[in-house]
Design a protein around this ligand. Structure first.
Ligand code: HGY
Ligand code: MN
Ligand code: MN
Length: 399
């Protein structure tokens, strides 16, 4: 808990929460703090070519059982998203050391670079490169929302490491994370045995119109990208409503140019975040959006270009890990339920390499990506204890 609050001081926002966008000075300071704690625990620390930090407690033999998450945050981040999973990993190493428990395998804790993808898309970028899903060069050349190149920022903050990617294949990977949704709290369940992660489709849509005088330009002569962007935003809500189920659609970022009261904009750039647990339905939603944009171009006499920022199919975790988490949670007297993850996580990338699962604890009122993000201490402790048992259990399993 002290470590969670100490890390939360870095990039702290007035009134609570924190802002440690990937590869900013605040992210660097957070990394330095956690690396220091890894060193205090005599963990071997490696930094790879995309800045992933892996701390390994070199005991036992063979490939490590790995846990980890991220410590970069969105601009209005909470104290727990990502941070909790990394720091719980350190807590487990420290607890084993204090109690003379020597696991049969090394235990590794990862801090994956740019999980949020809020500054540099896609999200889960560091673990994607770790898993071999994106070439390092392409990752280094990603340009952020502030026009800065990822590789340059990595170098600037001193985390452009030498360890190659793809990274070592762990024996198994299990990530502890807050749910970031309302389900566990609504169901009064303490632990989520996560079955997988839903599909994610991020697009950047650029709508070019014609800037003009707000007062003198008759409505029928306008090429108004702001209107087109608004129509697209409303259409996304309509798609989500019509599809129902797990379908979610979000327009989170809108940049208007020149962004002035009395100027019909020349250009609007907006982002679409569209997700579903079902890949076929997600593709159908993408198709409908493409068709709507074509219609909009014709009706509004604007030009629309779309660029994919992230596209990940739904991921199913290893049933042996899910079953282990479920059983261990029960063994400690917790209520537990199986559930998919609405949010993306580094575990969905590690699942490409080894048997992988996740443990959820409740988020108060389901809030996350919000400075009011909160999880009760007892729930945080319960989750960390399940992670302890799961890591020691996985070390004894053969896959
Ligand atoms: O976007 C996500 O789901 C995650 O928070 N990066
Ligand atoms: Mn997260
Ligand atoms: Mn997040």
């Amino acid at each position: 808990m002290n470590r969670i609050f100490a890390l939360g001081e870095i990039g702290a926002l007035p009134g609570g929460g924190c802002n440690r966008l990937a590869l900013t000075d605040a992210d660097r300071d957070g990394r330095d703090l956690v690396v220091g704690w890894m060193r205090d625990l005599n963990m071997e620390v490696t930094i790879d070519v995309i800045g992933n930090v892996i701390g390994t407690w070199r005991v036992g033999k063979g490939a490590p059982v790995m846990t980890g998450s991220h410590i970069d945050t969105v601009r209005t981040g909470g104290l727990y998203d990502g941070n909790y999973g990394v720091l719980a990993g350190l807590e487990i190493v420290e607890t084993c050391q204090q109690h003379g428990i020597t696991p049969s395998r090394p235990l590794a804790v990862g801090i994956f670079t740019d999980e949020e993808g809020a500054r540099f898309a896609p999200d889960m970028l560091g673990s994607l490169v770790y898993a071999g899903g994106m070439p390092v060069e392409a990752a280094h050349n990603v340009i952020g929302i502030d026009g800065v190149r990822l590789g340059d920022e990595l170098e600037r903050i001193g985390y452009l490491g030498a360890t190659p990617c793809p990274g070592h294949v762990p024996h198994a990977f299990v990530e502890l994370h807050i749910e970031q949704g309302p389900l566990l709290e609504v169901n009064s369940v303490r632990i989520g045995a996560v079955t997988g992660v839903q599909g994610i489709s991020w697009q950047e849509v650029t709508i070019e119109g014609q800037s003009n005088h707000a007062g003198t330009t008759p409505m029928h002569l306008r090429k108004d990208p702001a209107y087109a962007a608004a129509a697209l935003t409303v259409f996304l809500r309509e798609v989500a409503k019509r599809y129902g189920g797990d379908q979610v659609c979000t327009v989170g970022k809108i940049d208007v140019h020149p962004n002035l009261t009395n100027v019909v904009p020349s250009r609007v750039i907006l982002t679409l975040d569209v997700r579903n647990t079902n890949e076929k339905v997600l593709q159908k939603a993408e198709l409908e959006i493409a068709e709507f944009c074509a219609q909009l171009e014709a009706n509004e006499n604007v030009t629309i270009t779309r660029r994919s920022l992230a596209r990940f199919e739904p991921v199913v975790f290893d049933d042996r890990v899910i079953t282990l988490v479920e059983g261990l949670a029960r063994q400690r007297g917790n209520t537990v339920q199986r559930m998919p993850s609405g949010a993306g996580h580094d575990a969905q990338m590690l699942a490409r390499l080894c048997p992988t699962g996740m443990i959820f604890v409740p988020s108060h009122k389901g809030l996350s990506h919000n400075v009011k993000e909160h999880t009760d201490r007892d729930d945080l402790v319960a989750g960390a204890n399940v992670l302890l048992d799961a890591m020691l259990g996985l070390a004894e399993m053969e896959f």
